[in-house]
Design a protein around this ligand. Structure first.
Ligand code: NDP
Ligand code: 2IT
Length: 460
């Protein structure tokens, strides 16, 4: 057998052995297995060159601690309910566990572990001294009253507070937002945490601006996604101006991405939610975006938009991936873009995919993009702006200063550029060319930083 074939056989064996260990241990955790599989695949050349990292990777894919707890609460009619709460403290090699909270009926241990694993690598890639974690609950905030949400948050925090904060092991654990969790929920969670602990600084999240959050925090992920896309385009000697963009989701990430696309002169033509998608062939502008925000704030159907803009179309129970575009930004949830959707995007001429959500593209979809030579920016790089700004927020809070929105925005742009360049550099070092460079480069660069820290800390 020649040397190259021997190497490739060795790579496959390593990947198979790590994945089969996870499959044996947690065979039902499909999302977690999917996220590990993607990373292991990217790391094959690294593990061939540096076999000492094989055992580090085996240890990295096991979370350091998982807390699962009961959350009971009473609704407005006096009826009792019970939900399940989670906090996955995945890896603390680079710093305190850091990662958002998600409230959504689909939350389970597999989803929490995949998000915490992704977060560990994302935080590493964003050069912060932060480890990775994630938490949440299968509680559905939709259709609940303010008081019900407050009671749920209080009950959730009544257990979570034992596992976070400055005087606990682990030292810090700082939850912020994700699907179903925004400033309102973080406010209630923080209020209860503060009452239970008498601590003010143990937990730092996207709180109301007036009580200590960074300027630009709410916008950071969505804006960062677009700054990252801009880096890709600059390398391709292109500009965002006039490019047709298909965006999915109508939440925090999607709408701030749309806002930034508008400011760069791009033409975002869709947004979507759990009910369907909205298409405005003329593109959204600031006025139209305000209307969308208004509709979503009142939990109304996006179809309402067509009353003000009759040329726009609303399609029930359909995803936006067959709409003609230059760039697609999946910004809703995991596995929202599958093999068939990827084929549709290629058929309509899409040339670049930038993930705003965490793992929105299935492995089969990514494979189609690879074969079709479509540029693919993975979520752990493209959506790292939120956590990066949180890192800056922690620095601001501890020194009791607050940067202006302009200062934070400038730093966000620098962070996104740095993430892009680091990914490209890592890919080049391992001879990986475009358009796969962004995916493998992000996985390699993020892994190497955590792996090095883990090696230096012994058998952790
Ligand atoms: P939000 O809850 O603010 O918005 C989520 C949006 O996606 C909503 O419009 C929701 O529809 C839609 N959605 C959710 N599930 C589905 C589904 N199964 N099918 C179709 N649409 C769906 O969440 P965020 O914007 O905060 O998060 C979106 C994604 O970005 C997640 O993957 C999250 O992990 C990731 N992310 C978030 C960050 C943040 O700072 N918030 C940072 C980095 C990544 P509806 O309105 O009908 O509920
Ligand atoms: O996936 C993510 O990076 C987030 N939901 C944001 C996490 C954070 O800690 O701000």
């Amino acid at each position: 057998m020649d040397k190259r074939r021997l190497f490739s056989t060795y790579r496959v064996l390593i990947a198979v052995s790590i994945l089969s260990a996870i499959l044996r241990r947690d065979p039902h955790e499909m999302e977690f297995i999917q996220s590990v599989q993607e990373v292991v695949h990217s790391l094959e050349p690294v593990l061939t060159k540096y076999p000492q990292y094989v055992h580090v990777l085996e240890r990295l894919v096991e979370p350091e601690r998982v807390v699962i707890f009961k959350v009971s609460w009473v609704d407005d009619k006096g009826e009792a309910h019970v939900n399940r709460g989670f906090r996955v403290q995945f890896n603390q090699a680079l710093g305190p566990y850091k990662g958002g909270l998600r409230f959504h009926p689909t939350v389970n241990l597999s989803v929490m572990k995949f998000l915490a694993f992704e977060q560990t690598l994302k935080n590493s890639l964003s050069s912060l001294s932060l480890g990775g974690g994630k938490g949440g609950s299968d509680f559905n905030p939709k259709g609940k009253s303010e008081n019900e949400i407050m009671r749920f948050c209080y009950s959730f925090m009544e257990e979570l507070y034992r596992h976070i904060g400055p005087n606990q092991v682990p030292i810090f654990d700082t939850p912020s937002g994700d699907i179903g969790v925004g400033p309102r929920e973080i406010g209630y969670l923080f209020g209860q945490y503060r009452r239970l602990t008498s601590q003010y600084e143990g937990m730092l999240g996207p709180k109301g601006i007036q009580w200590g959050t960074s300027n630009l925090h709410p916008e950071a992920t969505g804006y960062g996604v677009v700054y990252y896309a801009k880096e890709v385009l600059t390398d391709l000697h292109r500009d965002l101006k006039d490019l047709r963009c298909v965006v999915s989701g109508a939440g925090k990430v999607a709408l701030y991405a749309v806002e930034k696309l508008i400011s760069f002169g791009a033409v975002p033509v869709t947004i979507s939610d759990t009910r369907g998608y909205l298409l405005d062939e003329e593109g959204f502008d600031r006025v139209k975006l305000s209307l969308i925000r208004e509709i979503k704030a009142h939990n109304k159907n996006l179809r309402e938009y067509t009353k003000s803009y009759p040329k726009a179309k609303y399609l029930d129970d359909t995803k936006p991936w067959a709409v003609k575009c230059d760039i697609a930004f999946p910004c809703a949830t995991q596995n929202e873009l599958n093999h068939a959707d990827a084929m549709s995007l290629i058929n309509v001429g899409c040339q670049i995919i930038i993930e705003g959500a965490n793992m929105p593209c299935t492995a089969e979809a990514i494979d189609i993009f690879r074969k079709s030579k479509i540029w693919f920016g993975p979520g752990k790089a493209a959506n790292a702006g939120g956590v990066a700004i949180q890192g800056l927020e922690m620095a601001q809070n501890s020194s009791r200063v607050q940067w202006t929105a302009e200062e934070v925005d400038m730093r966000l742009q620098e962070v996104m550029k740095d993430i892009y360049q680091k990914s490209m550099k890592a890919a080049q070092e391992y001879g990986i060319g475009n358009p796969e460079a962004l995916l493998h480069g992000a996985n390699i660069a993020s892994f190497l930083r955590v792996a090095q820290a883990m090696l230096e800390q012994g058998c952790v």
